[in-house]
Structures are given as C-alpha cells and as structure tokens.
Design a protein around this ligand. Structure first.
Ligand code: CTP
Length: 471
C-alpha cells in the first residue's frame, strides 16, 4: 500500500520524502510507513529494510523447535518461472522455521506461477522483482541484494535462467544479482526432461559447476505437466534445505579425512518374487547418524536397506535389499576408520528362494518355510583383517537390555554397543525418539530420552573424540 501511495505522489513530494528517508537511514517506503504510523498515533517505526530482519517468530506449531539449524542465516531466494515454483512457497516456510530469514526475488515468469502476495506473506519481506525500480534500488539496490546474504538459492532454476547464468547475462534483476554476487549459490533445476537432457543445458550445467555453482537435483519422477516423466523434477523443499544446511555449516570438522561406514534400515529377505521377510525398522536412527558423522567432516558410506525416508545430505548412499547384499556392500567399502552398524538385519532368510510365486495347493496346508541364518555383518566387520579402528553396534532388545548388550559387545568384537529397549510400548521402533545406553568395556553410560537426531549428534561427537584421541 505504501508503494502505491509513493507512486501517486507528485515529484516535489517524492523528493521531500526521499530526502527525509535518506536523513533517517530508511527506505522511502519505510519512511512513509513511519509517517503513517505517527499520524495514527502508533509511533512504532519499522526496522530499516536494508538490514535483513531476524526471522520473526513463527507460530509454535510451525516451528521445528529442536532444529534451529539456520538461525540467523540470510537466504536470498530467487524464484524463476516454472511450475515447480509452487514448491518454493513450502521452501520459504521450511527455511524460516529453521531460523533463517528469506528475502525473495522473483522473475517476471515466476509471477505467472505464484503470486507476489503469497511469496511476500510467507517470507515476511518485500519481494524484489524489478531491476529498474527506483524504490527498490533506493531501498537496497541490486548489488546489496547480491551481497547481503549468506547464500543465494535459485529454486526453481529454469533452463532459461541457467543459460543466462552460464553466459553471464544480466538483463533482469535475478540474473544481475547472480552475476554480482560473491556469495555461495545453490540452484535447484526444474524443467522438462527433454530440456534437461538437451546438449545446450548439458553444456550450461558443466559451465555452472566449473564456476563453483552448487546444484541439487533435478530428481527423476513424474512432471507436473500431464503424462511426462523422467529427470527434471525439482528437488523437494526438505532436500533443498538439507543442501543449504550443508553449505552453510561452519561447525568444526574433527572427522575430516576419516572414512565411516554406516548401515541403516531393515533388510528384506525374499521368499519368492512377491513376498519377503522384513521388520519394522524405519532407518531414521541410522540415517541420522550417517548425516551427523558427515557434518563432522567424515567421508560417509551409508549402506541402507529399503526405507522411505530421504537420504541424509553429504553422504554416499548404497541401496541394498538383503543381508547378504548389505554384507557385500559393507566389505566393499572397507577399509574405514569407523563402522557403525545400525541396520536391523534379518537374522534368517529362506534357505531356497522360489523363482516362481508360491501357489496354494488344494487340500494341502501352507508350505513350511525352511530358514537359514544370515551372515552377521557387525561380527564380520568386528573380526575383519581390515577392522576399522572403531566398531560400534546397536542392540535392539525387549528384555535384559544391558546383559544382552554386553554379550553382543564381546561376541561381535565391537568397541561399544548402543543398547535400546524396543518393546512396542516404548514407541522407539519407527518413532522419532530414542533412549539409549552406551555399553562398553568401561561400563554403562545412560543417556536421557532424546530425539533420534540428538542421539546421532552426541554419538558422532563421541566417535570423533575416540577416533582423534591419541592421534
Ligand atoms: N547385526 C548385523 N548382522 C546381523 C544381525 C545383527 O550386523 N545379521 C548387527 C546390527 O546391525 C546391530 C547388532 O548386530 O548393530 C545387534 O543386532 P540385534 O538385532 O540386536 O542382535 P542380533 O545379533 O540379531 O541378536 P538377537 O536378535 O538374538 O538379539
């Protein structure tokens, strides 16, 4: 509303407002708001827009209370014109609930897909759209827009904007900001699969990666347009958030140069082509540990059974189904400095898997399944000739937690066992929280009830201490 009012002023009034704004160190828009606030008896003067305001508090329900991973970070979000722009609205929310402030820039084409009102309301900031806007240039200017952020994220990044970036074009606000910036840039491409695989886009992608532009996606899957599928889908908002977190992460890296192997999730042991034996493991704890080790600088190979959760950022993921495939992938990843075996590996598999679907036979009861024991991956690694310096196992128990964990510690050749009670009433299997005890030769350490992310963080720190101890 203030912008409309300014546009309608005559030149003399505009000049007076401009001088008054400059004197008070505010934009014209802010100066106008301050005058209006004074007239209405509400003398509160808004903070100058030149400075990214700390992210205003989100309603409690929308805040990820335990995860303020981007607190104080300023993200300039450039939205270019693709159908995936609707996901950028959610991206703004996810960034802000982690404590980031988001300043949006939209291309003309982006405004065909999402409205300025929606973007501005979710970001709680002015939306910058015009390179030649006198107000915006007076307010912050494109060079300050380009520099006064911790990171620029382009989501979605269209083929057109990527081409402009690759060739250094600067004909609109978004491309000018991208050319003028000295901050890290992350792009999340989104386009039709034919456009993504076109030689021109391939060339531009190479140029951008040589220029140090970071990229997430595109992913494979269905396009928003009718009936198209392939590579070109924009990464999901949480995957983009994870990539931003990884790029802005300035925590110490005590595990830099160390290699870690983590197993996670359940295994599926085939009975026939359509049936398998499985368990209720979600992979949440193992994936969180892989992510936490990577954040401390480790080079992590995550060997994961079938799960439906996203890959942690900065980790190489090897996907497997059965225990035998998991063992092969783990031994292939050796040597390593540390192995953390979190997977709920099926103890048994069917001795002879049927190549055909097993059929019911009239007059006969169910056929018995003959089971045979699976290899013990932790035990193999714990006694391997390339045994990692630190081997950590888990013990999922429903009774005699400590005694069972101590037995596993000795039997499997582990340095410590993270023991937890997975009785159904604890809600640990598949849930978001965990209560663990660390069982080692030194005794038993009790940890309080924590989120699985927090357990992962503390375990990674403990591993780093043990690994760097005596270096
Ligand atoms: N483990 C493994 N390979 C197996 C079985 C278990 O690597 N075939 C690992 C798990 O990843 C975990 C630890 O061994 O780190 C203990 O797993 P758990 O299921 O608690 O123990 P089991 O050895 O299967 O013993 P039990 O089921 O009799 O308690």
């Amino acid at each position: 509303m203030a912008t409309l009012t300014i546009r309608n002023l005559d030149e003399a009034a505009k000049q007076a407002l401009r001088e008054r704004a400059a004197k008070n160190g505010r934009s014209m828009e802010e100066e106008m708001r301050s005058i209006l606030a004074g007239l209405s008896g509400n003398a509160t003067v808004p903070a100058p827009a030149q400075v990214y305001a700390p992210a205003p508090m989100m309603p409690m329900a929308a805040r990820a209370a335990e995860n303020q991973s981007l607190a104080g970070k300023r993200i300039l979000l450039i939205i270019s014109g693709g159908i995936a722009a609707y996901k950028s609205l959610d991206l703004i929310r996810r960034l802000r609930e982690r404590g980031a402030s988001v300043r949006p820039v939209m291309t003309a084409a982006a405004q065909q897909f999402v409205t300025l009102l929606a973007v501005g309301a979710l970001a709680a900031d002015h939306v910058y759209i015009d390179l030649f806007s006198r107000e915006d240039e007076q307010d912050v200017g494109h060079v300050r827009l380009a520099r006064e952020s911790d990171l620029i994220c382009v989501a979605p990044a269209t083929a057109d904007l990527m081409a402009k970036m690759a060739h250094g074009l600067a004909g609109d606000l978004a491309s000018t900001v991208l050319l003028a910036t000295n901050q890290p840039v992350l792009i999340a491409p989104a386009m039709n699969p034919a456009m993504w695989s076109h030689p021109a886009t391939r060339r531009n992608t190479d140029v951008l990666s040589r220029d140090g532009i970071h990229m997430i996606g595109p992913m494979r899957g269905e396009m928003a347009e009718s009936g198209e599928a392939g590579e070109g889908r924009m990464a999901e908002p949480l995957e983009i958030v994870a990539a931003i977190e990884a790029l802005l992460d300035d925590t110490p890296k005590p595990l830099a140069g160390r290699k870690a192997i983590v197993t996670s999730g359940p295994t599926h042991e085939p009975i026939d082509p359509v049936r398998y034996i499985a368990n209720r493991s979600s992979g949440k704890q193992g994936h969180a540990i892989a992510g936490a080790l990577a954040r401390l600088g480790a080079d992590v190979t995550l060997v994961s059974g079938p799960v439906v959760i996203p890959d942690p950022a900065g980790v190489e993921v090897v996907r497997v189904e059965s225990a035998r495939e998991m063992l092969d992938a783990v031994t292939l990843a050796l040597p390593a400095d540390v192995a953390v075996m979190v997977a709920a590996v099926a103890d048994w598999r069917v001795a002879a898997q049927s190549d055909e679907k097993i059929k019911k036979k009239q007059g006969e009861g169910p056929q018995p399944l003959h089971l045979t024991e699976n290899p013990d991956i932790l035990k193999t690694v714990g006694h391997h000739e390339q045994r990692p310096r630190l081997v950590v196992g888990f013990a999922a128990e429903t009774a005699d937690v400590i005694a069972n964990a101590q037995g596993k510690l000795a039997r499997k050749g582990a340095d410590f066992i993270v023991a937890n009670d997975v009785s159904p009433e604890t809600g640990i299997m598949g849930g978001d929280r965990n209560r663990v005890r660390i069982v080692s030769g030194a005794g038993v350490e009790e940890w309080p009830d924590l989120s699985k992310d927090e357990v992962a963080k503390r375990l990674a720190v403990k591993i780093a201490e043990r690994i760097t101890d005596g270096d």
